[in-house]
Design a protein around this ligand. Structure first.
Ligand code: SAM
Length: 252
């Protein structure tokens, strides 16, 4: 029997082969499907993002830091001239933009900026937003912090305002990439945030522009925890790229 072909992108990712699991657990390797040859300028950008080395961008001590390597791949694919990151945390997106020579406006509630308010209209070609996954992690000591919403309904109401504000901030034809993950809340149960993100974005008139990008959660702190009850661990989050229509047929 012939051995199945190895996806070259798995091994192209820096450190992928020798990625050490914590607590002396043996590495587990997944054989990824072959990706087709395309005209993409970023062939390693597929529906599976599995780079255990997220690169030098941002601060690894910041809770919920996102992978700069994924942002870099998206920006090389969509080639925007300007980027907006309204929930910048440790500044990962702005640092990637600086490396690529792209203008970036980044801000955060830690600097008194509330991304759920309206700030810009048609000002950027691309928006990167990495929101709190509801109250999975708490961020600023500020009641406007999205992670401080005490009810799921309150969170979803403010999340709707965030997505609409980001949609308004991009130019017609521009893109909005949201990195988000589902999680299980101690009171609210399973919270399907990827579903809610899409539902809100579609109601706001955005269209999904590409496949879901499943981001493997290498290095997540939850991977080092021990849970007594049986559960199916989530080992990924999802990046969804939306596009704002180029015409006015769907009002935002
Ligand atoms: C998942 S973290 C983003 C991490 C960031 N991508 C990085 O690589 O460091 C979510 C961020 O949203 C910020 N945040 C929460 N509510 C906010 C709000 N209403 N307006 C602006 N930023 C907010 C938090 O302070 C936190 O930095």
């Amino acid at each position: 029997m012939t051995a199945p072909a190895i996806n070259p992108f798995l091994h192209a990712a820096p450190g992928a082969v020798a990625f050490p699991r914590p607590e002396k657990r043996k590495p587990v390797y997944a054989l990824l499907p072959d990706a087709p040859v395309t005209g993409s300028p970023v062939p390693e950008l597929t529906s599976l993002w599995h780079d255990p080395d997220p690169g030098p961008w941002g601060d690894r001590r910041y809770p919920g830091i996102c992978p700069g390597s994924l942002i870099r791949a998206l920006l090389r694919f969509y080639r925007p001239a300007s980027v907006y990151d309204p929930m910048s945390g440790s500044g990962t997106c702005a640092q990637v933009c600086a490396d690529l020579g792209i203008a970036c406006h980044a801000n955060d509630i830690h600097r008194g900026f509330d991304a759920c308010e309206e700030h810009f209209s048609g000002a950027f070609e691309f928006c990167w937003v990495h929101p709190p996954y509801a109250r999975m992690k708490l961020y600023a000591d500020d009641p406007r912090d999205l992670s401080r919403e005490p009810t799921l309904a309150g969170f979803l109401g403010r999340y709707d305002r965030l997505i609409r504000s980001c949609a308004r901030a991009v130019v017609p034809g521009g893109h909005l990439a949201v990195l988000v993950g589902d999680y299980t809340d101690r009171e609210w149960g399973y919270v399907p945030l990827v579903y809610h993100t899409k539902a809100i974005a579609f109601r706001a008139g955005l269209r999904q522009a590409a496949t879901d990008i499943i981001r493997f959660s290498h290095g997540a702190s939850s991977g080092r925890k021990v849970y007594r009850k049986p559960l199916i661990p989530g080992l990924h989050d999802v990046c969804v790229v939306f596009q704002k229509p180029t015409t006015n047929e769907e009002a935002l």
